[in-house]
Design a protein around this ligand. Structure first.
Ligand code: PLP
Length: 348
């Protein structure tokens, strides 16, 4: 089996499994004062330090969540509500056109329900890079908030978040790291080889924020998250090797921009993504068509559309994403399967 869909979810790293197994033996609730509670609390606090170190934050700035989607919704709602409570209402929310669907859904909700909030879209160029020059990020009364992801999950294109100088929320799920100019940063464990259903929102000291009341945390999941936060990041050369071996008719999206080293989004014109995905799956090669959450629907990706890709070509888009346990054999298997698919099509 060749699993090449790490941007959707990465297999559990042994470091995370070991930390979780240790945590499963602790029965206490971290808010209990007895010995078992204190043991559970030590696990959570240790992981909090590891996650904070990953993004250069203070441990007390880390809020654990049930994943990236929840962290994203919490960031946006918490910022808007928190600013209103502090009497410094956010009046303009700028959101890049290529954000994760959960971010776009929360923004749409806020546009409808937050009083006086105007939403504006930041467009992207043909390489999938947010065009900050095309938008005036301040202007007008009240505060402005910008929502921009660190790197896009579909194309891997790295976004210019460091150039934003207003209140900033960065969805760093696909590219965890230091974003010192961001007031809110979201993370997800399973994209790094940690468990699914665990994430974090970093809220910088002093940033406006309305925090919900915390419940009993997922101690074992958080332990697994902490363990992967401390693992070295992957700097993969597999992507370049993969793209060099693609058939000449393949179109690679975002190739003109800086991208994550692990992600390739490409189309084989004339071969629908769903068809290619199934053909590759039969050969034991698992890739994604567009974003995982929109697989099963034949709607072309909103990310590729925002880049000006035609619907016809976008319907042929496949995403290959490598991860911590990917090997050259995975690249070779994927290229062999793609080559066979293209040859069958050409012979038909
Ligand atoms: N943000 C980005 C950029 C993502 O790629 C994803 C996962 O698909 C998410 C947020 C959601 O994370 P989670 O699956 O932990 O809810």
């Amino acid at each position: 089996m060749h699993y090449l869909d790490h941007n959707a979810s990465s297999p559990l790293r042994p470091e995370a499994r070991a930390a979780m197994e240790r945590a499963f033996d602790i029965c206490g609730n971290p808010s209990s004062v007895h010995a078992a509670g204190r043991a559970a609390r030590r696990i959570v606090e240790g992981a909090r330090e590891q996650v904070a170190a990953l993004v250069g934050a203070k441990p007390e700035e880390v809020i654990f969540t049930s994943g990236g989607t929840e962290a994203n919704a919490l960031a946006l709602r918490g910022a808007v509500e928190g600013a209103a409570e502090a009497g410094e209402r956010i009046t303009r929310l700028f959101v890049s056109a290529i954000e994760h669907p959960g971010v776009l859904a929360t923004v749409a909700h806020l546009a409808e329900h937050a009083p006086g909030l105007r939403v504006e879209t930041i467009s992207v160029n043909k390489d999938g890079l947010a065009d900050l020059g095309a938008t005036t990020l301040r202007e007008g009364k009240g505060r402005a908030l910008v929502a921009m992801m660190a790197a896009n999950n579909e194309t891997g294109v790295i976004q210019p978040v460091e150039n934003v100088d207003t209140l900033l929320f960065v969805d760093a799920v696909q590219r965890p790291g230091r974003y010192d100019n961001a007031s809110y940063v979201s993370l997800s464990a399973h994209k790094l080889g940690g468990p699914q259903g665990v994430g974090a929102l970093i809220v910088r000291d002093g940033a406006p924020f309305a925090a919900p009341r915390a419940g009993t945390p997922n101690v074992a999941g958080i332990a697994g998250f902490g363990a992967v936060a401390a693992c070295a990041r992957i700097d993969s050369t597999l992507r370049d090797r993969f793209e060099a071996g693609l058939p000449s008719r393949a179109v690679v999206f975002g190739a003109g921009a800086a991208r994550l080293a692990n992600t390739s989004n490409f189309a084989l014109p004339g071969i629908a993504a769903e068809t290619a995905l199934m053909a590759l799956d039969l050969d034991g090669v698992m890739v994604s068509s567009g974003a995982a959450c929109s697989s099963g629907s034949v709607k072309p990706s909103h990310v590729l559309k925002a880049m000006g890709v035609s619907d016809d070509l976008a319907r042929c888009a496949l995403r290959v994403s490598f991860g911590w346990n990917s090997t050259g054999a995975d690249v070779d298997a994927a290229l062999t399967s793609i080559g066979r698919l293209v040859a069958r099509r050409e012979a038909a």
